[in-house]
Design a protein around this ligand. Structure first.
Ligand code: ZN
Ligand code: MN
Length: 141
């Protein structure tokens, strides 16, 4: 917790109990929660915290590069405290989001995009979609 407080301070952010809880939750999960999921998970701990505060806090974290926002094309964004470059795959049924830490073909894909468009690429964000193993099993019942 001290470490998390220090990180927020390093970024010039005022440390409030709500901010700290949101940051802590994001740093301790791999589920890539939405703002609503974070809001619901922290309701018991922070009954007076509004959904708007969660959104505002997440925006602040994104602006400071502490968290990355994933736009998976649904109504709501998902959030990831792992700000390293990595791709994601989402289940179209249960909406779970899984990390794809390294994909061997990404450098080749970047080269192809650069040579076909003449762009000098700065970054990329890849999303894949399909049915997760659990949902595939449920579909067979
Ligand atoms: Zn699924
Ligand atoms: Mn991720």
């Amino acid at each position: 917790m001290l470490e998390l407080t220090a990180i927020l301070k390093e970024h010039g952010l005022k440390v409030t109990p709500q901010r700290l809880s949101i940051f802590k939750m994001l740093r301790s999960t791999h589920i890539h929660p939405s703002a609503e999921t974070i809001y619901k998970a922290l309701q018991a701990e922070h009954p007076t915290m509004s959904l708007a505060t969660v959104y505002k806090t997440l925006d602040t974290f994104v602006q400071h590069g502490l968290v990355q926002q994933l736009n998976l094309g649904e109504d709501s964004y998902r959030y990831d405290a792992d700000t390293s470059k990595h791709s994601h795959v989402q289940c179209t049924k249960c909406k779970s989001v899984i990390d794809l830490p390294s994909l061997n073909q990404v450098p080749a894909l970047r080269n192809e995009v650069q040579s076909t468009t003449g762009f000098i690429l700065s970054h990329e964000q890849l999303y894949f979609y399909g049915l997760c193993p659990t949902c595939q099993e449920e579909g067979q019942n």
